[in-house]
Design a protein around this ligand. Structure first.
Ligand code: PA5
Length: 446
């Protein structure tokens, strides 16, 4: 595999004698993902997903993507949580940080429905103005408030601009096979639809049409992405010995640290394109593991930026942290630091070096400083950022998460705690059936 896991930086912190037991648990966990014998076993469709996507499904996604690309300057992807973060992560990781969409030939992908901010939606309407607009609305349940509210606004804009009949060409829905409000609405309006499989939960759905359609519209080759994921699926299946299975190794490393009191994992990158990969990872691990009073808290930092904000805490604050670095070995572009005749900043010792080399030394220096300061270090080394490696990375994290959740003893595939805020919000907004709860909550807020 192209991804290498380096756990040398945890050695001073973990109890080696307890590792054997964790490895046995991890091997059993991986087996039960395949044999569907563990908790949440009706949500394991993602385990074999990359290798089982068939040609006609990919071709259909590409066809719809091509149509949206041809008729849109802007495509608004409307969804939240697992119905948003995977696509956002992959598109950000693999797109230019600056290039205007007009120069790329790809429509600009923007996201909506991932919060309830009124200003954002108003500004979005201003931005799309007279641009040619398409929309991919994604919700498995079809009833999630944030995307449903945003979609009402976007649907009205598209219908006013093109008429209800032509809106059908511009709106694609991705939802449950048969249940839910979005399924019903799509049938009524005649939208093109894709299905989120019943046995794939939101945060494990990036390799279904949920992620693949927006990623394809952004001009990224989803076949290569899937090939990377398939190769990782094969390299981490039950036939791979634990010592060679990087998902088992990562799950064991993080649980070894958790058992010594390291309760916060910081996913760190030295490449801002990976910011949303971290956001996706936070949801994947946070929603999967944080339950029953247990779980590693997933946090994220973008270095070196955050060394100037969070660096102090990481170096010297509460010793409950460990750090996992996604380390890109080779930057895509070569940029040399020029010499300066005056050398007022005293940095001529860097003249002629690549910026990437300075970044790498910052990374290695930080790792050593953090380990010395009591922060264990795990490194996930990837040769470069491309669709193939990104596919590998996605599946690597998904499988590691399933194994890690089982080691912890929770059901990694449900999210009962997410309902609590929704119940209160509906009660405060006066939804029918929530009247007495609404009164009780309002009294508490006085
Ligand atoms: O992982 C999950 O299941 C959640 O994060 C969901 O993806 C999120 O709540 C959005 O749900 P839905 O797709 O039903 O709108």
């Amino acid at each position: 595999m192209d991804i290498r896991l380096n756990v040398d930086g945890i050695a001073p912190f973990v109890d080696k004698s307890a590792e054997k037991n964790l490895i046995e648990k991890a091997v059993a966990a991986n087996k039960s993902l395949y044999e569907k014998t563990g908790k949440g076993n009706d949500f394991l469709g993602w385990v074999n997903l990359p290798s089982s996507v068939n040609e006609s499904d990919i071709a259909e996604i590409e066809l719809v993507s091509q149509n949206l690309r041809e008729i849109s300057d802007v495509v608004i992807v409307t969804g939240i949580g697992g119905s948003y973060l995977g696509a956002k992560a992959v598109i950000e990781a693999l797109s230019s940080s600056f290039e205007a969409y007009a120069n790329t030939g790809n429509p600009k992908i923007i996201f909506a429905g991932h919060h309830l901010d009124e200003d954002y939606l108003s500004e979005l309407l201003d931005f799309i103005g007279d641009k040619r607009v398409g929309c991919i609305v994604i919700s498995k349940s079809g009833t999630t408030t944030e995307p449903a509210v945003a979609f009402r606004i976007i649907k009205r804009h598209i219908e006013q601009k093109y008429g209800r009949e032509a809106a059908k060409e511009r709106i694609v829905a991705i939802t449950d096979q048969s249940r839910g409000a979005l399924r019903k609405l799509s049938e009524q309006e005649g939208y093109r639809t894709f299905v989120i499989p019943d046995d794939v939960g939101g945060r494990f759905s990036v390799l279904t049409p949920v992620g693949l359609l927006p990623i394809s519209v952004a001009g990224i080759d989803i076949r290569i992405l899937l090939k990377g994921a398939t190769d990782m699926e094969n390299a981490t299946d039950v036939g791979t010995p634990a010592a060679e299975n990087i998902c088992i190794q990562y799950a064991v490393a993080r649980n070894s640290l958790y058992n010594t009191g390291k309760k916060v994992e910081i996913l760190a990158n030295y490449n801002p394109k990976l910011h949303y990969l971290t956001e996706w990872w936070k949801q994947l691990f946070g929603e999967s593991e944080g339950k029953e009073g247990k779980g590693i808290f997933p946090a994220g930092v973008d270095f070196t930026s955050d060394l100037h904000s969070m660096g102090q805490y990481i170096q010297e604050g509460e010793r409950i942290l460990f750090e996992t670095v996604v380390s890109v070995v080779k930057p895509r572009e070569e940029l040399i630091i020029p010499d300066d005749a005056d050398n007022l900043d005293g940095l001529n010792f860097l003249s002629g070096k690549r910026i990437g080399e300075v970044n790498k030394m910052a990374e290695l220096g930080t790792m050593l400083a953090h380990v010395d300061g009591g922060v264990p270090n795990i490194r996930i080394e990837i040769p470069e950022l491309n669709p193939y490696i990104t596919g590998q990375l996605i599946y690597f994290f998904e499988k590691s998460c399933g194994i890690s959740g089982y080691i912890l003893g929770v059901n990694p595939f449900d999210q009962p705690g997410v309902e609590a805020y929704k119940k209160n919000m509906f009660a405060l907004l006066g939804k029918a059936g929530y009247e007495s709860e609404g009164e009780r909550l309002r009294a508490r807020l006085k």
